[in-house]
Design a protein. Structure first.
Length: 197
């Protein structure tokens, strides 16, 4: 199988990549792209119809709440990132309902109980981020797809860097989803990710 980013190419997609590139370091940016790619490939393999542009924009912006300019002292990072996406997509001219969807997809990606039937884009972003962060379901993806994705968007020490970011969130915001994620064994799962083997 030839690796592909599912041919997503639009002014909106390019703008999202450009905005994410300005705020995320290369490791976090690559994670965002890989998260989209895993989610989109999962959708392709399982026949899940979805809004590819909404998924891509949400994936590219989903972790900006972890970056210093957008890290809120009161909001969980996924909620802060959701607000960033809402403002960003307003600038693109998205209708209010579609802006709200981008925000919702980002907020819900930290939950593992959103099914594809309930919200396909949120489910796909959760699948994509879980595959990339901790290797969940990663063995189900074609090895050629994984290899090509890592060649184009290498990990660059993403696992330990991401763990440090969420551990910081957990300390400062002990009731947030990141705190529950850390308490639930994030360090062990991240360290065992086969993508880093």
């Amino acid at each position: 199988m030839t690796w592909t980013l599912h041919n997503l190419d639009s002014d909106t997609a390019r703008s999202a990549f450009e905005a994410a590139s300005e705020y995320a370091d290369q490791a976090l940016l690559n994670h965002s792209v890989r998260s989209y790619a895993f989610g989109a490939e999962y959708a392709r393999r399982h026949g899940l119809a979805h809004d590819a542009e909404l998924l891509y924009v949400s994936a590219l912006l989903h972790d900006l709440g972890l970056t210093p300019p957008f890290d809120s002292h009161t909001l969980p990072f996924e909620e802060a990132g959701g607000h960033v996406a809402r403002i960003f997509t307003a600038g693109l001219g998205w209708a209010p309902q579609r802006r709200a969807r981008a925000q919702e997809v980002i907020v819900l990606h930290m939950r593992d109980d959103v099914t594809a039937a309930e919200d396909v884009e949120s489910h796909l972003l959760q699948v994509g981020t879980s595959a990339d962060v901790s290797g969940l379901r990663v063995a189900d993806f074609d090895p050629a797809f994984r290899a090509g994705l890592l060649e184009h968007y290498p990990r660059l020490g993403f696992g330990p860097a991401f763990l440090a970011l969420v551990e910081d969130q957990a300390v400062r915001k002990p009731t947030c989803a990141a705190a529950a994620y850390v308490a639930g064994g994030a360090a062990r799962r991240i360290a065992a990710n086969p993508l880093d083997a």
